[in-house]
Design a protein around this ligand. Sequence first.
Ligand SMILES: Cc1cc2nc3c(=O)[nH]c(=O)nc-3n(C[C@H](O)[C@H](O)[C@H](O)COP(=O)(O)O)c2cc1C
Length: 209
Amino acid sequence: MSTASLGVMDAISQRHSVRAFTKEPVTPEQLDALFQAARLAPSSLNSQPWRYKVTQDPAILEQFGTKEVSRTQTWLAGAGAIIACCADISGYVRDTQASVFFYKEHNIMQGDTMEGVEAYAEREASAAESAKFGAAAMNVALSVSFMMLRAVEMGLGTCWVGMFNEQKVKELLGIDPALRIVGLLAVGHPAPGQPTEHNRKPLEEIILP
Ligand SMILES: Cc1cc2nc3c(=O)[nH]c(=O)nc-3n(C[C@H](O)[C@H](O)[C@H](O)COP(=O)(O)O)c2cc1C
């Protein structure tokens, strides 16, 4: 089903985590469209630390459903594709600093703001590895959100999976050990009977007085 005329709010409302897929393949064009959306996400100092590794190999997808890889989330084996959403932490630090040089060189920011940006980049560079991961992962998550909404627009379903064995997934997909995997995104054509309700906190609980 093509839903290409959806507005942004329609895509937001119609997105649900999908954990059951039909056997209809996810095409290379659909994957490309997801990555095109992913690359347009905002990021701190335009560092774009997201890196994506996709698999559609049935034998590998089968492995994703196992106890060792995902604590027996067997439904993952039925996905049309699984995307490992990674953070390049050294790239994040490097590209953050490169942006600072660029802003300075081209006089894009001045005075106190420029000093603030320089201090931010220096802080990031000397931060603990866990803090760097948190900052890079925040950027990756935004990019994945863009993919999730673009998927809805194309009639695809997705589910972010945070429960996985990072080491095992790196081995399965041949991912550079220096990268960190922030999450997995399962993608496919939703099987009938997907949830239609959102279980969410009311605005009064999330808007602070
Ligand atoms: C960081 C993160 C980790 C998640 N991990 C899993 C997971 O391991 N397995 C799973 O089935 N769903 C996972 N989810 C999906 C959530 O359960 C789901 O988004 C939430 O219940 C709200 O439902 P909805 O996405 O249908 O609106 C995760 C979502 C996020 C954002």
